[in-house]
Design a protein around this ligand. Structure first.
Ligand code: RIB
Length: 292
């Protein structure tokens, strides 16, 4: 079984702020860094750091060699990462304040993934392989259909949640990994009450496996009407960027190894609690050794 993560790669321009910038305001940051990020890249790094063999497919600009080197450094395979000399690599502008963040995305090359590239990448995979997706690249619906026709299992983290998600063939998904806001959007919940969302998941996504993180209320795994819960760990958050990506990568790596969702929830919770205690995205993701 091979794991393919078809996902975004961004330069993250991170500004530490005393408060988030408001309309009509011009303010200085109190710190700055440029890091490797993108939900796709972060999740590939998390999978690799959790001990999983992973291929990352995606699209970067002419300056993309840095991303290839970075992914390779952690053992992520980049055979299917395309360098597009006519496009800029995607980037994100991230304000961080009191452990919280605000993110502006510019898709760049991430939004230029086309059917030709998808066909080429997926020709290297087969029945039983696993596809992981997030919602930061183009052609997601096509990737899902093609992967399903091959017999791959499909896992999707529907972040960032927006209306495009409902244009995808969601009936083809095997596992959803979502936070409570994404989950509420998926099942069209009118309230943010966790019990209500879980009941709607049981009803509307009855044939799916759903992993839902709920911040300080911990994480849930819902399958066939059964619910497993893991408490959150209480830590002081410095920067929550990539916490969800760490959770997705560690959950999936663990789950694919032994199909034990309770163990996977525990490991993913631990890993993301370490990520929030460090600055930046991919660079703050711990390794499986750190967890031990
Ligand atoms: O989930 C965090 C990521 O979201 C950042 O690395 C940023 O690039 C955006 O994609």
């Amino acid at each position: 079984m091979k794991v393919l993560n078809f996902g975004s790669l961004n330069y993250d321009y991170v500004y530490e702020m005393e408060h988030f910038v408001l309309p009509k305001e011009t303010i200085s940051s109190i710190g700055y860094s440029r890091n490797f990020g993108g939900k796709g890249l972060n999740q590939s790094i998390a999978l690799a750091k959790a001990g999983m063999d992973v291929y990352h497919a995606g699209r970067v600009g002419a300056d993309g060699q840095d991303f290839i080197d970075y992914l390779n450094k952690y053992g992520v395979k980049t055979d299917y990462l395309l360098k597009d000399l006519n496009e800029a690599t995607g980037h994100a502008i991230i304000q961080v304040c009191n452990g919280q963040n605000c993110i502006i995305l510019h898709g760049g090359a991430n939004q230029k993934i086309d059917e030709k590239q998808v066909d080429e990448v997926l020709s290297h995979f087969e029945k039983g392989d696993v596809l992981l997706l997030q919602n930061e690249i183009s052609s997601i619906g096509y990737i899902m259909e093609k992967a399903h026709s091959i017999g791959m299992d499909i896992v999707i983290n529907t972040a960032p949640m927006n209306d495009k998600v409902f244009t995808y063939p969601l009936d083809l998904v095997d596992i959803f990994v979502v936070n409570e806001v994404e989950a509420a959007g998926l099942v069209k919940s009118e309230t943010d009450d966790v019990e209500t969302i879980i009941n709607l998941i049981k009803e509307k996504l009855a044939d799916k496996k759903v992993v839902m993180t709920v911040g300080e209320k911990g994480a849930y795994y819902i399958e066939n009407g059964n619910v497993i819960h893991e408490d959150a760990l209480v830590v002081k958050a410095i920067d929550t960027t990539a916490a969800g990506d760490t959770f997705t990568g560690f959950f999936l790596a663990s789950y694919l190894q032994d199909k034990d969702p309770a163990r996977a929830l525990k490991l993913a919770t631990k890993a993301s609690s370490i990520t929030v205690q460090g600055k930046g995205a991919a660079q703050s993701i711990p390794s499986i050794e750190d967890l031990k």
